[in-house]
Every structure is written in C-alpha cells, then in structure tokens.
Design a protein around this ligand. Sequence first.
Ligand code: FES
Length: 109
Amino acid sequence: MPEVKVAKVSEIPPGTKKSIKASKTRVLITNVDGKFYATQSVCSHLNNPLFTGRLQGNTIWCDMHWAAFNVTNGEVVKLPDGYSTDKIPPLKTYPLRVEGDDIVVEVPE
Ligand code: FES
C-alpha cells in the first residue's frame, strides 16, 4: 500500500478535520485530543462527504441523515435518522503515523 504524506501536523489542530486526496483515495483526517486518525471521507450510508459533518470528541456526525461514527475505529455509533436500515457498514480506516511534522497515511493503490 502506498504511504502518502497528506498534511502537516500544524494544519489540523485538535478538534478539527480535513479531507485530503492521498494517491487515489480521499481520506478524512481527524485530530482527537492531539491524536490523528484516517477514515474514508464519505458516509457509509449514502456517501455524503463527512467533511461537512460535525466532529465532537471522537465522533463524526454525517449532516445528511445524522448517522454517527467513531473515527478511532470506524464503528457506527448511531444509525441514520428516518431510515429503516438496521445496519450500515463501519467506516474504512487507514493506518496513519506522524513523522516529525508530517502526517503519513497508508492507502490502497
Ligand atoms: S448519508 Fe450519512 S447518514 Fe445518510
């Protein structure tokens, strides 16, 4: 899997997020209390971009139907409002590490 420098640590302060194209994959980088996580950038319900959602602690809320996901492991925290689906997939997560001031993500080819 390619390793891609996606951002500088200083570009994503605690409590914020950034959607970035890494190789051929768009990822959402979140900073939860100084620790960084990488997930798929769109909601696993109907592919709404998660960048426009709200990050609260380790939870990202999709602003389309208010599903919520734990960005540290991709797990579904809350199902979408108004849908009878009893299950949606977790978010894909990607290995991430910090090298100096660089955030490096491993993404599929
Ligand atoms: S698209 Fe995200 S909750 Fe429906």
